[in-house]
Design a protein around this ligand. Structure first.
Ligand SMILES: Cc1ncc(COP(=O)(O)O)c(C=O)c1O
Length: 425
């Protein structure tokens, strides 16, 4: 029986419509999607059988032996979860594990957040940082559409996510290749000339890929221009605590913007700071001007979740929740964070020392001034290609390395490879 298309269609109308609509499906628009560059690089590295290969591609922490690290505090939380007789696999509400999302919001906004006291904050569980960015993008596309400005260079997924939400995406300057610092003056120009009301994606800390964050004074100036021009801040926070080893320091920019009275969104990821990469643990927090708007926004967040993932994944959120509601476990987590952040800082120092000793041509101070998981080396595309083919070192085409892939056994080898390509490629 042909489908009835509209309420008042007769059976004949529906038959006629079914005939006109009939066409052979040929998949003519179905083209092969190129492999995602970062996962392509990772697969190439996995397939490389050279024992001396160095994997600096994907942003995932590795311990001193080059292995993934399950945080000791996460191990403990898993035991607690497994031995809890009340633990089950029921659905959460549409907004996810509320104890977890509340703790996430407090983590980024501060334990005594005035905005939370005023009930101007809403939070919802998301499928990790990526899912939180996408949820926020869908929300903005529906209720506050405008051009979205992302940093240049940027985390490769930003343009794809915002485009998928049908928002117009434009880049703003972030990196000065000559000085290997933030392109601060052009960044300010971009803020000053963007259409009033545009959305700006800001990296809360440890900018991916450059590892460079504005200073507090620079953040203040950025905030002042954004306020004047009514630009909407959308913070992406994928490295809180992982960047500096200090959760509050890494949250400074977000808290400052909230204190300045901005309405904003924050996408939080617990992939890096809890090492919960595949457990897809994230949260989208919205700060609004008043309680009424906040309640409405929450209902819309829930509606977006219902038609996309319907219900958030449980495991990672339960682990984070167990840790964050227990003072002793939270203290231990902070120590685990320091272990990761300090090891990366040490690798930065070692790399810098080796390059200095070899008098490798070029400026290398950015290696130690950048923070977080990544270093934006400044190597050219040709040098990146040469380092891969000659030395089996895997980094992104733009010259970004994941510092977590370095350790005592390979940092000198990596420095020597850099020295060679800088002189010869
Ligand atoms: C800037 C930025 N945002 C968001 C994410 C999201 O990560 P995930 O979806 O794994 O939590 C990442 C991960 O690399 C990132 O670097």
């Amino acid at each position: 029986m042909p489908p009835r298309t509209r309420k008042n269609d007769t059976k004949d109308d529906a038959n006629k419509k079914a005939k006109t609509d009939a066409k052979v499906v040929t998949w003519t628009d179905l083209t092969q999607q190129p492999e995602d560059p970062i996962f392509k690089l990772l697969n190439e590295c996995i397939a490389d059988s050279d024992p001396s290969k160095i994997n600096l591609s994907i942003g995932a922490y590795r311990d001193e032996t080059g292995k993934p690290w399950v945080l000791p505090v996460v191990q403990k939380a898993k035991q607690i979860l497994l031995s809890d007789p009340a633990s089950n696999h029921e659905y959460f509400g549409l907004d996810g594990n509320r104890s977890f999302t509340e703790a996430s919001a407090r983590l980024i906004l501060g334990q005594d957040s005035a905005a939370m006291k005023d009930k101007r904050v809403t939070h919802i569980q998301a499928v990790s940082g990526t899912g939180a960015v996408r949820l926020g993008a869908d929300f903005l596309a529906k209720f506050r559409p405008g051009t979205v400005y992302i940093t240049n260079p940027t985390w490769g997924n930003h343009p794809k996510i915002f485009a998928a939400s049908h928002l117009k995406v434009v880049e703003y300057n972030y990196w000065d290749g000559k000085t290997r610092t933030i392109a601060y003056d052009t960044l300010l120009d971009n803020l000053n000339t963007a259409p009033v009301g545009s959305i700006f994606v800001l990296h809360a800390c440890a900018h991916n890929p450059t590892g460079l964050d504005p200073t507090h004074d620079q953040w203040k100036q950025i905030a002042s221009i954004m306020k004047e021009r009514q630009l909407f801040p959308f913070f992406d926070c994928a490295y809180q605590g992982f960047a500096s080893g200090d959760l509050d320091r890494d949250a400074w920019a977000v808290r400052y913007f909230v204190e300045q009275g901005f309405e904003l969104l924050v996408a939080q990821s617990f992939s890096k700071n809890f090492g919960l990469y595949s457990e897809r643990t994230g949260c989208l927090t919205g700060v609004f001007a008043d309680k009424e708007t906040t309640v409405k926004a929450h209902s819309q967040f829930c509606a977006l979740v219902r038609c996309s993932i319907s219900n958030a994944p449980g495991f990672g959120a339960k682990i984070v929740d167990i840790v964050l509601k227990d003072a002793a476990l939270t203290k231990e987590w902070k120590e685990n964070l320091k272990t990761m952040a300090n090891r990366i800082t040490l690798m930065r120092e070692k790399l810098f020392e080796h390059l200095k000793k070899m008098e490798t041509p070029g400026i290398w101070t950015h290696i130690t001034s950048q923070i977080g998981m990544f270093s934006y080396t400044g190597l050219t595309l040709a040098q990146v290609a040469a380092i891969k083919s000659k030395f089996h070192v895997y980094m992104t085409d733009e010259g970004r390395v994941s510092m977590a892939g370095l350790n005592e056994s390979n940092v000198k080898q990596f420095a020597e490879a850099v020295d060679w390509v800088v002189r010869n490629a």
